[in-house]
Ligand binder design. Structure first.
Ligand code: G4P
Length: 539
């Protein structure tokens, strides 16, 4: 179905494509579940019981899928909420999978930063925040777990500003009675949302009433002393806190902050509505020579994730494409920019299969489509109708863990090669070759060591290959470009090794950071890249 220009523009305008960034345990799964609840995608939120031991090995959503019986892919959740079409991109919580998260952030138009009210900014939040900042993504902050007493809210804001270098301003503020969260003050309208617990441990939406600061309802809920204290806090926010600057939010330089509890749902509805009204719809994106307007250009998008063997019965791969312009037209012939190959746009994969309420297959800029792929697509590829255009590459980070891989049964060698190729194309590992030294035994590199666990597990389950890893004594690597003899000289020194990735790009492995830094300082003719050359996080 081809939309009229006006209908296409309207569809794009109501898209909100975002990711949640947080440190593990801050409450991302709980909040996601509440967003689904509020969006009507699920009827009741149950406690998602985590199996801590293997939660790192799967997507948080896959885990949720198993626990809750909803079918969700590891990549995107989509649902409708108050005439917004929401695309929530998955970002694995564990730091060893941060590369996946970085890639998902390239597909997002904004991000929710979720903080624990006792912990503030944690390591993983900081890392993910820095990627958002580089991409100038608008960030909306939700301080979670306010049903418990935590850090003083103003101090928490100061910490966020100091640690992340982003201006924060209060959007909602926790309202308590004797330490218990009963509502949130909404700075936008100067009133208080009071909540009534439904008595079902946050499974359903609590009743919310909007009351004036001078109202009897508020005095009854928090007492006259409570009202006085709240008025003082509000005065303090107005005097000492930052003013709401929504232009700065759009530029990724300031973040509105809401307080609440994903567990009890208090404050979640206000946050969600505020977020959806402020967060940007898909905006123009840069390509190699120009800018693509989402509504004024035919279908184009880029692959930000490839996943093999999603359906164990079929050996197929799904390439997840973030649509950046136009409308996905099934049957149309697109071009893959890297290879110039033609690709017929067929069989877009649906996501929330079992519990889908909106069964439309319309996909426009902002949406994510899953394309069945037979090995033609790679992470970073641009797929477009019309002119051959190219979105900047999706970053590929230099690995920090290296191992040689050995198989128990030499007859499974072909299966191993195929599995490694597929998993490298997905970005699970980086496949490296050093033919002169290791012969045919490949080296695998990973940003986080848990990626190796996933590798061995998937080789076994999906390719029937029992393999073992032999750790190599290197701890960092850089892609390197420059005169070949110079590369050779640097790589031949003690504690280093020259290798190639599957694209033929050269890397040097180093046994420690110090030797790497020294080489970088001394070798002025060489350029050391911490992401694969021709890709950039500044995309
Ligand atoms: P994650 O995906 O970011 O890792 O966090 P997740 O939602 O799994 O939440 C981590 C823990 O924090 C869970 O407790 C969860 O119930 C709790 N939690 C989430 N939001 C809130 C909140 O607003 N208030 C409070 N007090 N706790 C919250 P758990 O004991 O580890 O697991 P469970 O047995 O409760 O599922």
């Amino acid at each position: 179905m081809a939309l009229s220009a006006a209908a296409l523009a309207e569809e794009i305008r109501r898209r909100r494509t975002f990711a949640i960034i947080s440190h593990p345990d801050a409450g991302k799964t709980t909040l996601t579940e509440k967003l689904l609840l509020y969006g009507g995608a699920i009827r009741s939120a149950g406690s998602v019981k985590s199996r801590r031991s293997d939660r790192h090995a799967t997507s948080d959503w896959l885990e949720m899928e198993q626990e809750r019986g909803i079918s969700i892919t590891a990549s995107v959740l989509h649902f409708e909420y108050q005439n917004f079409r929401i695309n929530l991109l998955d970002t694995p919580g564990h730091q060893d999978f941060s590369e996946d998260t970085y890639r998902a952030l390239t597909a997002a138009d904004s991000a929710i930063m979720l903080l624990d009210n006792r912990k503030g900014v944690e390591v993983q939040t900081q890392k993910l925040f820095s990627v958002c900042k580089k991409r100038r993504l608008p960030i909306y902050t939700f301080v979670n777990k306010c049903d418990r007493i935590g850090e003083d809210p103003l101090r928490l804001l100061d910490d966020v500003q100091a640690e992340l270098g982003i201006d924060c301003f209060v959007s909602t503020w926790p309202v308590r009675r004797e330490g218990r969260l009963v509502g949130v003050y909404d700075r936008g309208c100067g009133k208080v949302w009071l909540y009534e617990e439904a008595g079902d441990h946050g499974r359903s939406r609590p009743r919310a009433t909007l009351v004036h600061l001078e109202s009897d309802e508020l005095a009854t809920a928090i007492g006259s002393e409570g009202v006085e204290k709240l008025s003082e806090e509000i005065e303090l926010i107005e005097i000492a806190g930052s003013e709401a600057d929504f232009d700065a939010v759009e530029r990724g330089e300031a973040s509105p902050v809401c307080f609440g509890s994903a567990l009890t749902n208090f404050g979640v509805d206000v946050f969600l509505e505020r977020f959806l009204s402020l967060a940007p719809p898909p905006s123009p994106r840069e390509v190699t020579d120009g800018v693509i307007e989402p509504a004024a250009h035919p279908f184009s998008g880029f692959v930000f994730k490839v996943q093999a063997n999603m359906d164990p019965r079929h050996r197929d791969r799904v390439a997840f494409v973030r649509v950046c312009s136009g409308e996905f037209e099934e049957g149309a012939e697109a071009v893959v920019s890297r290879t110039g190959q033609k690709l017929r746009l067929a069989q877009p994969q649906e996501f929330m299969a079992r519990e889908r309420t909106h069964a439309d297959s319309l996909a426009v800029a902002g949406d994510v489509v899953g394309l069945l792929d037979r090995g033609n697509l790679r992470v970073g590829d641009t797929v477009a109708l019309g002119d051959r255009i190219e979105y900047p590459g999706v970053p590929r980070f230099s690995p920090e863990h290296f191992s040689q891989i050995h198989i128990e049964d030499a007859l499974r060698r072909k299966h191993l090669d195929r599995g490694l190729r597929h998993l490298a194309e997905e970005g699970t590992i980086l496949l490296l070759f050093a033919p002169s030294i290791t012969g045919p035994i490949p080296i695998v590199g990973a940003v986080g060591s848990l990626q190796f666990d996933v590798l061995l597990d998937r080789l076994q389950r999906e390719y029937g290959v029992s393999a073992r890893l032999e750790k190599l004594p290197f701890h960092c690597a850089r892609w390197v470009t420059g005169p070949d003899d110079q590369i050779e000289k640097v790589a031949n020194a003690y504690g280093r090794r020259r290798v190639m990735d599957a694209d033929g790009a050269q890397l040097i492995l180093f046994d420690n950071e110090w030797t790497l830094r020294r080489s970088m300082e001394q070798e002025k003719d060489l350029t050391f890249h911490d992401v694969q050359p021709n890709t950039s996080v500044d995309a």
